[in-house]
Design a protein around this ligand. Structure first.
Ligand code: SF4
Length: 258
């Protein structure tokens, strides 16, 4: 017997001054028991099925996105972000896929992504959705004499407003802004989009600051970056990269002295 159902029936009988027979009392009691048991079962099922976890939700979203990007990436595709960092990372992401996936849920990367998404939405409100395009994908094909191969250069621009490319960056520090690799990245976006002007906006705890970038990277410079990827010439591109690199746990070229 469920004690709460007995209390419920007694309560009804007493306070509503109902005059009920013993038989009807038992019937009412059974109905109340079944009702309460049903409620308890339902709430247990709801609790088990819908326990809320934002972390789990973010984790699934990031991992699904990262998995999709890795799986969809063709052998001759090179992303703009591949071109501005150590060429070995481009090679290792194909071999050590689990390590590549792990980066997706790095808190710093996730923090940056949240800032991107937030600012893109805010700019859509401020400019009006008809005057801005966000997450715009571009691609161009280039031919490399070095290995007689064709490569697809792909990039996703944060936003395009009028004839401006907008590149959003987050950083824990505002020292030495703007970074060289961010300028190169933005110039490659200009090359991809056939536009000529860009703004890099940095969101940092100390400064919110923007820099103008003019002029796309030249074809010759771009081919040089692609050749660097194919031949793995400059590893790493910047000495500080190894400190933050997910492949540093197995990389023979890791710089340990900085
Ligand atoms: S550890 Fe350094 S050299 Fe090795 S892949 Fe990473 S950035 Fe490149």
């Amino acid at each position: 017997m469920v004690p709460s159902s007995l209390i419920l029936v007694t309560f009804i009988a007493k306070f509503r001054k109902l005059s009920i027979s013993y038989k009807n009392f038992i019937r009412l009691l059974n109905i109340a028991e079944a009702y309460i048991r049903n409620r308890v079962n339902k709430s247990m099922v709801n609790f088990m099925e819908s326990r809320l976890s934002i972390v789990n939700l973010l984790y699934s979203w990031r991992m699904d996105e990262a998995r999709k990007r890795l799986e969809e990436k063709l052998d001759n595709e090179i992303y703009v972000t591949d071109l501005i960092y150590c060429p070995l990372k481009y090679k290792y992401q194909k071999i050590y896929r689990e390590l590549a996936l792990g980066v997706a849920f790095n808190p710093v990367a996730l923090y940056g992504e949240i800032i991107h998404q937030g600012l893109e939405r805010l700019l859509s409100i401020l400019f009006g959705v008809d005057n801005i395009r966000v997450e715009v994908e571009y691609k161009k094909t280039i031919y490399l004499n070095l290995d007689n191969n064709t490569y697809i250069i792909k990039g996703r621009v944060d936003a395009v407003v009028g004839d401006y490319v907008i590149e959003i960056k987050s950083s824990s520090s505002d020292k030495n802004l703007p970074y060289e690799h961010h300028i190169i990245q933005t110039k490659i976006y200009l090359w991809l989009s056939n536009l000529n002007k860009a703004l890099i906006i940095y969101i940092t705890p100390n400064r919110i600051v923007e820099y103008q970038v003019e002029g796309a990277i030249s074809d010759r410079e771009l081919i040089g970056l692609v050749e660097n990827i194919i031949t793995c010439q400059q590893t790493p591109r910047y000495p500080w990269e190894c400190r933050y690199c997910t492949y540093s746990i197995l990389c023979p070229s890791k710089i340990t002295s900085t």
